[in-house]
Design a protein. Sequence first.
Length: 472
Amino acid sequence: MCDSTRTLKMRLILLINLVLCLWMTEMVSCQRSRIRRELTPGLHTRGIRDAGGSYCQRHDACCPGRNDACTVPYLDTICYCDLFCNRTVSDCCPDFWQHCLGIPPPNIIAKACVRNGQHFPKGATYRDHCNLCTCNLGNWHCEENPCLINKKTINAVNRGNYGWTAGNYSQFWGLTLDQGIQYRLGTNRPSSTILNMNELHVNMKNEVLPVYFNAAEKWPGLIHEPLDQGNCAGSWAFSTAAVASDRISIQSMGHMTPALSPQNLLSCDIRNQHGCRGGRLDGAWWYLRRRGVVTDNCYPIGSMTSDEHHSPCMMHSRSAGRGKRQATSHCPNPHSFSNEIYQSTPAYRLASSEKEIMKELYENGPVQAIMEVHEDFFMYKHGIYRHTPVMAYEPERYRRHGTHSVKITGWGEERGADGHMRKYWLAANSWGTDWGERGYFRIARGENECEIEAFVVGVWGRVDMEDLARKK
Ligand SMILES: *[C@@H]1O[C@H](CO)[C@@H](O)[C@H](O)[C@H]1NC(C)=O
Ligand SMILES: *[C@@H]1O[C@H](CO)[C@@H](O)[C@H](O)[C@H]1NC(C)=O
């Protein structure tokens, strides 16, 4: 009984309110009913830095108690100067406390940061691409690291006539440029003794080389797919395994087509080498000759990153006479039973000569090359790469480079937009097959672009007649 009377009474009040409201539509007080008001999001908690505006003061609008009409315009809405606003706090004018109450505004509100309509306390963080933003005194303060994927570079490269196209990569998104240099390369520059190593000269008399060459077409099925080093700065191991795999396959005429294990090198070739923190090519080739490695299937890539130390070596071998090695451990991959060890002969350095590199590639297969990787290379999508000057006027920290190593597998030439012929090398990177031209890239040839012709290495696999007879 009692309940229904109350309900009726309330309905009546609501009805009267409604009628009143309809009647006084011009009046702000009704449009902003109490209920609406309590649901409105906070005004100055929206992250708007209020420059100490004097709203209540300017309009002389302090109202004792509750007064819905006690408002003043605030940006594109209104704020309140009546005492009721103090209950919800959020819709008081910024100078309400100071002017009407004579006290400083409540702290929590003033220090909250807003993002996507949500409020965050002091110390809250979020990531903006490669930079961390932290809430402090009502404002987000973001780091200002140059990011590996840089919109400015992408646009500048694509607008200019550089012969190649730049784009975004999700696997690089969120990394700083320094992290890219630190985690995605990983070949130490050869020491001066190695750099002064005698070059092997080939007789180039009357040599006629084709205009276009691709090892994968000359040796179908024997050239392995580009690898993915992930965030492991171990290109020294990846490029060595890649070149050795192809060379052994070519040399054995397809009797053996091992995809050699970069992880075997990363984890076991540890004398003066630093796994996913970088290593030397001469050390890698020494290991491949003297110790040898198993296949990638036998010793797969672990989820090792540059931040971790070496994962312990899980493959061991002993001499089997005449320099050959035999595994004494099972494959780390429990589903692989073939722990065959593959070895190479000593690697040899080619002359820094376009033609001699081409001849070696043409006759014996892919070669390994060191390369100086600059900030724009990470964003390469397709075309003939050349380091661009688009960051030339940016601060030093936007222009970074590091030493990398790759596998060259061919060459060609292409007419550019300006009508000029552009000669290129075709090379496999180790950033996965969704980078560049299906894991490959093309780079200007004959001008030592990014030092790609400065230190080029070839090798022969150690393939005996008995191996050929035994396998396949
Ligand atoms: C208004 O709010 C402030 C901060 O929350 C509080 O210190 C003050 O006592 C309140 N004043 C009234 C009159 O409610
Ligand atoms: C790049 O890719 C990432 C991840 O796919 C995406 O979140 C980001 O918005 C992209 N950035 C640009 C500039 O296109």
